[in-house]
Structures are given as C-alpha cells and as structure tokens.
Design a protein around this ligand. Sequence first.
Ligand code: GAL
Length: 306
Amino acid sequence: MKNGTCWLDDAGNLIQAHGGMIARFGDKWYWYGENKDGPTLREGGVGYRVDVIGFSCYSSYDLQNWHYEGLALEAKHEDPNHPLHPSQIAERPKVIYCENTGKYVMWFHADTADYILGAAGCAVADRPEGPFTFLYWTHPNRRDCRDINVYKDPVTGKAYIIHSGDWNHTLYFSELNDEYTGFTGNCFAQLAEQTREGGTVCYHDGLYYCVSSGCTGWSPNPTLYATTRYLTTPMQLVDNPCEGPKYRTTFDGQSTYIFEAEGKFYLMLDHWKKEDLQKSGYSILPIDFDGEQMTVTWQPEFNGLV
Ligand code: GAL
C-alpha cells in the first residue's frame, strides 16, 4: 500500500476509515474510522465537512488485506439533534475492550457542525465489528473534547480518553471508570497552552511518548513528540520525530493513532484532502527509538506484517 494515498479494501473499494485507529481483538486486527464516502460540503464559512455516515470497521489478519465489516456505528437520520445525525460532526472513533464487562467501548468526538459543542460520544458493542449502541455524549470532567484518543497505560492498567480541550489549548487525560463508559473524576492536563491535536501515546523502555499535531484544521503542520517518565507528571515537548521529504508538514499528514504490532510501534496518519475529504489518504509508518529519541522515517509503502 502506497503511503499518503487512498487505500483499497479486499473488494476493491476505497477504505473509508479516517481519523481512525487499529487494534487487535482476538486473532484479527480491526481498523475503525470515519466513513466520509460522500460529497464534501462547504457551509456557512465553518469549513469543509462531509455529512455523518457513521464509523466503518475493517478487519485483517496481516494489516494489508482489509475486509469491510460494515458500519460499526451508523448515522441516525430521524432526530436532527442526535449527535449522529448527518448534519452533525462525528469524528475520530476509538475502541477499547473492557475486561470487566466483556464489552467493546467506542469513544468519539461528537460535535455540532460549527464545532461549538466539543463533546465526547460513547457507544458499546458485544463484538468488535459492532453494531455499537450509542449511549450518550458528555463533556468529560466538565472539559470540552475535540480530537480524541483512548489509551490504556500498560504500567498502571488505567484507561483514559485523551482529548484536546480548552478550545484545543491543552491536552486532557480523563480516566475511564470500571466499565469504560464514564469517568472516575481523575483528570490531568498535559502540554498546557501548547495547542496540540491528534494526540496519541505509547510507552517504550520506561518512557511515555506523546505524538501530536499542531492545530491547523485540515491543513498539515509539524508533528511533535513529548515525553514523561510518569504519565501524570508534566510532559516536555522534545522535537519533531519525522525524517524524510516534507518532514516539516508530517509528510502532509496528521497523526491519529499509535498501535503496536509484533513488538513494534506504528504511527497512523491521515492525509486530508479538504476539498474532497472522501479521497483523503493514509500512511502507516514505523516508529524507531534510539535512547530517548523517537524517529518516524518516511517509507513510500506499508505492506503489513511481512
Ligand atoms: C482538525 C482535526 C480533524 C478535524 C478538522 C476539522 O484539526 O484534527 O479531526 O476536526 O480539524 O477542520
């Protein structure tokens, strides 16, 4: 698969899984993301958007051949005020398995078309493919929630949503409760006043690394990584980890998620095409570590677990 371009599923259709994540559940990999398979609309000066269709789920045994499993969570057409109504914004779905309940829990950025609401939406399913049932939307710990991720700390076992808040000024970690469908009230800020989006975390050799983008809408900007020895103590921004052509604009992409496969970390990027969002491309790039330095080197192709 050519990095930076659109990718096809095993039926020859465009993979529609933007702002997504890849996770392993059982013996398969699952890719969740925004289905943007519709016309890009420009309305009221608030920018480019596609009506909400829902969140796609794809499955794979090798991270290369992807099978469409359908919409894991579908748009709700009946109620114009429902956060999944086509006229709203539903972005960056992330799924985490809850061992306590045996359920798959999805968190996503739920918003109004003008991006004023800034909320987190929650849905649950019995199977990774869904269908997910929408539960509610909320402002976690009374904070706004824009770009969103989930993270399970391998050291403490605690799970969090990571969300850009305070109008994107600060990244918040809101700890999930035992069912992962609500919050414990434990919430801490990271990268305060650094205006980061697309935040995603991995833990390597005693250090947490948080990769994030700047905040320039659909336009690319430099990625930065930050590190901390303890997740709850302040991270320090270190550097741009990207190496290769267009490293200053994240190879014209934006971070969405870090996943681990066979002991190696990979960074997923979206290559947004703001005037035709359904044609936005993807990259999956290996992450390398040298001491406490993180590097994401451009590779023209990602060919799964070869
Ligand atoms: C980006 C964000 C995307 C989307 C876009 C809308 O900054 O990362 O997920 O919300 O803004 O302009």
